[in-house]
Design a protein around this ligand. Structure first.
Ligand code: NAD
Length: 267
């Protein structure tokens, strides 16, 4: 079946509602902006209330869409369950699991609480969000985009083994859900960003400066020299790919994992 809609309609999200986790900052914020520009109403989910309020104000003012902000700690399943009780009456059409943390710790120093925190925010929350989304949408189907990382397939930064483990879980879930729920009308895809300049990565860099972690800067330089495009990416460069996956432009894309890494993984 071919889609005869004009390009502008294929890229439109008018009349659709999207839930974006981690929408207060960085890549999540950029996704929110592109989705709002495409006409989607948004539900931002984050722990950062101040950040969400600013994003909601800016985007509703600029694009005239409805943006609500829900403070949810994605480490806590009961908070995720409550969120979906609130969303039940007007369920979203699109879910973007973007929230994530990348705290550095040597493999041998990772204890149970630390590992649990990383897995909870980066993987388990996305698992529960997908469960709720698929249950709520039922036979209507919907679109899910998960934000993984190149770190899940090529370990390059020391102190992030736990992070890679959480992010490869997202890839497994993406592909499995695409297979199981495709026939119900769900499309499930993932993006795999490389090094992207965000408030989150700024924080990591500033901590490295404070602690004089020279190795971190050497890895950073090696990283950029290996990227064929010779630079870090911008949040909007990930957001544009997520927008593509969320729209009818990607109507036959299901179970895909798209790298957005300036070509890093070609090496
Ligand atoms: P960021 O730190 O700038 O933003 C992350 C957002 O997630 C923040 O608004 C934060 O408040 C929110 N968040 C964190 N913990 C939360 C929790 N427990 N509950 C609810 N919200 C929570 O990060 P970013 O760099 O924009 O990264 C976004 C996603 O992209 C993450 O999943 C990250 O792993 C992934 N990613 C980033 C890069 C990169 O280089 N920046 C590369 C690959 C993948």
């Amino acid at each position: 079946m071919t889609d005869s809609k004009p390009l502008i309609e294929l890229f439109s999200l008018k009349g659709r509602k999207a839930v974006i986790t981690g929408g207060a900052s960085g890549i999540g914020r950029a996704i929110a902006e592109r989705f709002a520009e495409a006409g989607a109403d948004l539900v931002l989910v984050d722990v950062n209330e101040v950040g969400m309020a600013e994003v909601a104000r800016t985007l509703s003012g600029k694009f005239g869409v409805n943006v609500s902000a829900k403070k949810v700690d994605l480490m806590k399943k009961p908070e995720i369950d409550n969120l979906w009780k609130e969303l039940e009456t007007l369920p979203p059409d699109i879910l973007v699991n973007n929230a994530g943390i990348y705290e550095f710790k040597d493999f041998l120093e990772v204890d149970e609480a630390f590992l649990e925190r990383t897995l909870s925010v980066n993987l388990k929350s996305a698992f529960y969000m997908c469960q709720h989304f698929i249950r709520t949408r039922g036979e209507k189907g919907g679109v899910i985009v998960n934000v993984s990382s190149i770190e899940s397939v090529l370990h390059l930064v020391k102190g992030l083994i736990h992070y890679g483990v959480s992010k490869i879980g997202l890839v497994a879930m993406t592909r499995a859900l695409a297979r199981e729920y495709g026939e119900k009308g769900f499309r499930v895809n993932a993006v795999m960003p490389g090094g992207i300049h965000t408030p989150g990565t700024d924080k990591v860099r500033n901590e490295a400066i404070k602690k004089l972690r020279i190795g971190f800067f050497i890895t950073g330089l090696q990283f950029i020299s290996r990227v064929p495009l010779k630079r870090l990416g911008e949040p909007d460069e990930v957001a544009k790919v997520v927008l593509f996956l969320a729209t009818d432009m990607a109507s036959y894309v299901n179970g895909a994992v798209i790298t957005v890494d300036g070509g890093f993984l070609t090496d």
